[in-house]
Design a protein around this ligand. Structure first.
Ligand code: 4NP
Length: 154
């Protein structure tokens, strides 16, 4: 059974699709299953934002197959690790988590880089392409650490 990791943001079209694609590119697919979801359901069934697709493409990643979905209670059983992008996502996901074990799976993704600082991955939705590139760089650094830890542990 693969280890399963879920990336969560608000809309599941900007940040978490990038996080999904980046972590996937750093881990062997037979051993690790990576998915993403939004706390909101407005973009269910949609492709990632064009700017996320473009930024990923520039860095050699194809995320066009991804489709938006909303997080569901069963995700807390399905997934072993749940990484959220910001404090608002953290609050919303923790409020949904049905058990203490479920809560213990939820982490702020940038705490991998800045332990205990609870730094947000800024929402790039209302900005330009530049914001997406900055988000990509942060997520790439965090996912590098996550991938090394996961490979060492599993
Ligand atoms: P994301 O960005 O959470 O990184 O996917 C957003 C995308 C869409 C919306 C909000 C945030 N929205 O309100 O539609």
């Amino acid at each position: 059974m693969p280890v399963k990791i879920l990336m969560v943001c608000l809309g599941n079209i900007c940040r978490s699709p990038l996080a999904e694609g980046i972590l996937q590119s750093k881990l062997p697919p037979e051993q690790f299953l990576i998915d993403s979801a939004g706390t909101g359901g407005w973009h269910t069934g949609e492709q990632p934002d064009k700017r996320s697709i473009q930024t990923a493409k520039q860095r050699g990643l194809d995320i066009t197959h991804q489709r938006g979905r909303q997080i569901q209670i069963s995700d807390f059983d399905t997934f072993d690790y749940i990484y959220v992008m910001d404090n608002s996502n953290y609050k919303n996901v923790m409020a949904l988590a049905p058990t203490e074990e479920a809560k213990s799976k939820v982490q702020m993704i940038l705490n991998e880089l800045f332990p205990n600082e609870n730094v947000d991955v800024p929402d790039p939705y209302y900005g330009g392409q530049n914001g997406f590139e900055q988000v990509f760089d942060m997520l790439d650094d965090a996912c590098e650490i996550i991938a090394e830890k996961l490979k060492a542990k599993h």
